[in-house]
Design a protein around this ligand. Structure first.
Ligand code: DOR
Ligand code: ZN
Length: 422
């Protein structure tokens, strides 16, 4: 048995925020109370001064496997996840080939089972992610797809998006949407505005996101589907999600750590390491995001962990691929940029990284209680560390060299220690 002693237990479901002990046996939490007496044979983790929370859940990662494993593979992606405190990840479907078929889905499930954490695949919404024909959602759900997404690309055809939502209602699965209409985009990954003007490039306007968010909010309202607006970046989109939820739509919204931490000016400093889709936007957009996090318009923090090689990111700004890694800095960016400035409490942050993502994917996870799965992160919210090296195969992060609060000490998944900081 593992006993975690004297940690500050943060449980978003029961709103517990108190010093307690946890006892773990055969993959489950079997006791959560004060002063659990350990046996000689027990492994004791002294968590004095540390926080103990449900294992983090990231509903938006790109592990590039199969097909692009020079960037990341399922093993290295899972190692990066465990190092960041994550015990469950949902992999996006834009692998090569995309996850639109049973064989690819089963390959990811099989590789995932070897990692020690829970690697859950989302399947594509459309065949080949080409946006014209729906996949067989029923079959793919039966094979283990936890949800559906063409992430990386929008569903341009509104009728097809509506049909996908109707099928998702029938099957009771969530859909998640990448909201950018390419019709309005001159260069992706950089906000259209002051910074793109300064750089003499066209950029990607908030309009491209806003029109699609507006459409999908209304489609969700009219169909009753549960949908996730991925990596929200524009202030108008935050406001539309707020309105749609108010009207009764079953919408959840994600934001990435980079979109709540940085604005478009980061591109001037970090170049391609601040290029991602959708792009970093203005300080006013970032402020709307912070308000959306505070009033629960934005329910989920998800990294959009998007590894790319150094060679790819060394290409010119308009040619380099979009995306940055995020699993190993997510918790610390939340603590540093949300909790420290007083925008969220630590418990609220944890809720958006555990219970809420579990709710979206209907997982019986994201909480600490007797009987719950022993998926746990133990971290020091006050320790300052410098971002230097990664367990990920890639290192495309604008946060290298940053000093951040919040260091993961242990990650426990299924009752096993899968990461321990040295
Ligand atoms: O910047 C991004 N990169 N945004 C996405 O939606 C996809 C991702 C990728 O796959 O690299
Ligand atoms: Zn995306």
């Amino acid at each position: 048995m593992i006993i975690i002693q004297n940690g500050k237990v943060l449980d978003p479901k029961s709103q517990t925020n108190a010093v307690m002990d946890l006892m773990i046996h055969q993959g489950k939490i079997i006791a959560m109370e004060t002063n659990i007496a350990p046996d000689e044979k027990d492994i004791v983790i002294d968590a004095s001064g540390l926080s103990v929370a449900p294992g983090l859940i990231d509903v938006h990662v790109h592990f590039r496997d199969p097909g692009l494993t020079y960037k990341e593979d399922i093993q290295t992606g899972a190692k990066a996840a465990a190092k960041g405190g994550f015990t469950t990840v949902v992999c996006m479907a834009n692998t090569r080939p995309p996850v639109d078929n049973q064989e690819t889905l089963e390959y990811i499930l099989a590789q995932g089972r070897k990692t020690g954490i829970h690697v859950l695949p989302a399947a594509a919404i459309t065949v080949g992610m080409k946006g014209s024909e729906l996949v067989n959602m029923e079959e793919l759900k039966k094979c283990g797809a936890v949800g559906f997404t063409d992430d990386g690309l929008p569903i341009k055809d509104a009728l097809l998006a509506k049909r996908a939502m109707e099928e998702a209602v029938r099957l009771d699965v969530p859909l998640s949407f990448h909201e950018e209409d390419p019709a309005f985009i001159e260069n992706n990954g950089i906000n259209q505005g002051d910074v793109s003007d300064k750089l003499g490039i066209g950029g990607s306007p908030a309009l491209a996101e806003d029109v699609m968010v507006a459409r999908d909010c209304m489609l969700a309202l009219h169909t009753g589907a549960t949908i996730d607006i991925q990596h929200i970046s524009s202030g108008n989109s935050v406001q539309m999600v707020r309105l749609a939820k108010h009207l009764g739509a079953k919408i959840m919204a994600e934001v990435t750590p980079h979109h709540f931490s940085l604005d478009e000016t980061a591109v001037l400093k970090h170049k391609t390491l601040a290029k991602m889709n959708p792009p970093l936007r203005t300080e006013a957009d970032r402020e709307e995001i912070l308000q959306g996090l505070q009033d629960n318009t934005i329910d989920i923090i998800a990294t959009d962990h998007a590894p790319h090689s150094t060679e790819e990111k060394n290409r010119p700004l308009t040619e380099a691929p979009s995306g940055i890694i995020g699993l190993e800095t997510s918790l610390a960016l939340g603590i540093t940029n949300l909790v420290h400035p007083g925008r969220l409490s630590l418990l609220q942050l944890i809720e958006k990284m555990t219970l809420n993502p579990a709710r979206l994917y209907r997982l019986d996870k994201g909480f600490l209680a007797p009987g719950a799965d022993a998926d746990i992160v133990i971290f020091d919210p006050n320790e300052i560390w410098t971002v230097t090296e990664f367990a990920s195969k890639s290192a495309n992060s604008p946060f290298i060299g940053e000093r951040l609060f919040g260091k993961v000490k242990y990650t426990i998944c299924n009752g096993e220690i899968v990461y321990h900081s040295t």
